[in-house]
Design a protein around this ligand. Sequence first.
Ligand code: PEP
Ligand code: MG
Length: 324
Amino acid sequence: WEAGLQPLIHRPTVTQDGHRVELVANIATLNDVKPALEHGAEGIGLFRTEFLFMNRDTLPSEDEQYQVYRTVVEQMAGRPTIIRTLDIGGDKEVPALHLAPEANPFLGYRAIRLCLDRPELFLTQLRALYRAAQHGPIGIMFPMVTTRREITEARRLLTAAKNDLKKKGVAVPRPPQVGIMIETPAAALMADRLAADVDFFSIGTNDLTQYTMACDRLNPTVAALYQPYHPAVLRLIRHVIEGAHAHQKWVGLCGEMASDPIAIPLLLGLGLDEFSVNPGKILPARARIAGLNRQTLRPLAEAALDLNEAEDVRQLVERALGSS
Ligand code: PEP
Ligand code: MG
């Protein structure tokens, strides 16, 4: 990173006018924890656990998973660590699951849908997470939630996992926080209801953008339509944040957008509480936030939501604040 950013490593993340937000890291493996800490992560906002299941022929056992989750939590030394349950399907393959090919994998059998359909697979992970929660503050986060019933079911299995452990005599005194990713337009539109069932939301704009714009995030021929700061996406984000705050719940965002210098002022203006970014983006994001005056960002975000196109939004922010 630029040498000028070094002094920010151990600083809190605060706007010019003293508004503090959480700036945390996205990780996929144990190897990402050290870089996250070296760049000044205040916690982990997204641990993508599916990488434990990929590129191998067998599934990881409860113990193998527990050791990995526990190691991350211990290395984070008291900082909050949000671990996402298996988000497989879509573009991510797990050979050991022998999943049938699908015509529309991003609309198909993936993530929480698959986990609820295969409770043994899900319970194994939930038991490992519950055990890891005894070593530090963890949040458990469910991906690709579409309906309220999915949260109810996932929570029921979480309780079953806890009871399994109790029966085996494993101490589980500390309950983890439970949250969901907001990645589908259905969940975004129902956020004011779903907020009653969880401790937090994390908005997954990589998927939320693809589902809102009806545009495959991996298809280069329609890439021009894949626009995270299209007002349609921004309006959903506003709705999600308002719905959570009405229930005194906090909202993070862990899509690539969280580190985008054009998006950051808009997200601050909409009231986002936590930004989860790749380790290498932590310091540039902290510097961007430190240069902004939050008072001016609410009207800027409201103006952006009234525009027609993503390009208009980009120009609005660039003219008001520059692009870095
Ligand atoms: C997202 O969809 O924004 C997200 C963070 O999840 P993933 O990129 O792993 O699908
Ligand atoms: Mg996603």
